[in-house]
Design a binder for this molecule. Structure first.
Ligand code: 3HC
Length: 293
């Protein structure tokens, strides 16, 4: 019989974790949202409040439904708050060391049958899973940014993930209105493995001054119908995140398409991380309002 999932723990309330918490609450799921400290919790709460108030302003969500949605999310800073959840979704920074320690700790807190899912975009789910006493109940559940908008979720199974765990997570993803795809545990899974070679190539064209950022982005928007050009998309993803994904994929495949273009590292060192730092390939007034400078 399929697991009943009514309360979900989300750990890590950055852009992705907050977006995932919003997705869950929009589907009527109760959420225990945990971050490492009060500042992290407030940032996550602010993100969800901002995103849902924008939906109200656009007439996509009524005020009462927003209040109900926000009421489904409770916040905390202690992992022990997760004691009663039916599923955990981890969305902390992309560090194997951090994730391994978190999974080991959560493993001791939640019931033995509870599935532990990681939103990792490129780390090995297998390597994370062996730090728990339940590797068969560990999966990847990879959302795309912005999580409330994009429908794909990649469900990553390792060689030891139990088939009923995969089936339950797929069914749960559908309940959230997502389109799940199931994939093995290889860096980049499907979408990032295909996307990041293209993004990296665009950065190389920009770095060599082959084309301007505006023309690179216009070419893919107006020529290929992409919703955003590659450099604007990198600003949305975050240059630091993009760099880590490329490095991990390159380390695993040695495919030179994934060797990070040098200017990416230089921009990160200079603090140009994209929308979240106010400047990347473009300059931003706020997280939602690009200003071309
Ligand atoms: N949170 C919630 N909703 C958001 C949002 C956010 N951060 N950003 C946009 N939206 C909603 C808007 O409210 C709007 O909703 P509506 O249609 O109900 O009114 C809808 O999305 C469209 O937004 P806008 O009209 O403001 O702007 P656009 O039409 O330009 O869409 C976009 C913005 C959704 C970001 C679109 O440009 C897009 O899909 N871009 C591509 C994003 C993409 O490729 N993401 C994948 C990155 S890779 C990844 O995430 C993997 C990871 O491992 C790195």
């Amino acid at each position: 019989m399929a697991r009943e999932i009514t309360i979900v723990g989300v750990v890590g309330l950055g852009t992705m974790g907050a977006g995932i918490a919003e997705v869950l609450a929009r589907s009527g799921v109760r959420v225990i949202a945990v971050d490492v400290d009060a500042a992290g919790v407030e940032r996550g709460r602010g993100h969800i409040e901002h995103s849902t108030s924008r939906a109200v302003a656009k007439g996509k969500l009524d005020g009462g439904a927003r209040d109900a949605l926000l009421g489904l999310i409770s916040y905390g800073t202690a992992l022990t708050d997760l004691a009663d959840v039916d599923l955990v979704i981890e969305a902390i920074p992309e560090s194997l060391d951090l994730k391994a320690r978190l999974f080991a700790e959560v493993d001791r807190i939640v019931r033995p049958e509870v599935v532990l899912a990681s939103n990792t975009s490129s780390l090995s789910v297998t390597q994370i899973s062996v730090h728990t006493g339940r590797p068969g109940k560990v999966v990847g559940l990879h959302f795309f940014n912005p999580a409330p908008v994009l429908r794909l979720t990649e469900v990553v199974r390792t060689v030891v993930t139990e088939p009923d765990v995969v089936a339950d997570v797929v069914e749960f993803a559908r309940r959230l209105g997502k389109e799940p795809v199931v994939i093995g545990d290889r860096a980049g899974f499907i979408a990032n493995a295909l996307l990041f070679g293209y993004l990296n190539h665009a950065v190389a064209m920009y770095e060599s001054r082959y084309a301007t950022r505006e023309d690179l982005d216009a070419a893919m928007r107006f020529g290929c119908g992409y919703p955003m050009g590659p450099l604007a998309l990198l600003d949305l993803i975050g240059l630091d995140t993009a760099y880590e994904i490329l490095e991990t994929m390159y380390g695993q495949s040695r495919n030179r398409l994934h060797a990070p273009t040098p200017i990416l590292k230089q921009m990160i060192t200079a603090g140009l991380l994209g929308r979240k730092s106010g400047r990347g390939f473009y300059t931003y007034d706020g997280p939602d309002s690009p200003t071309v400078v």
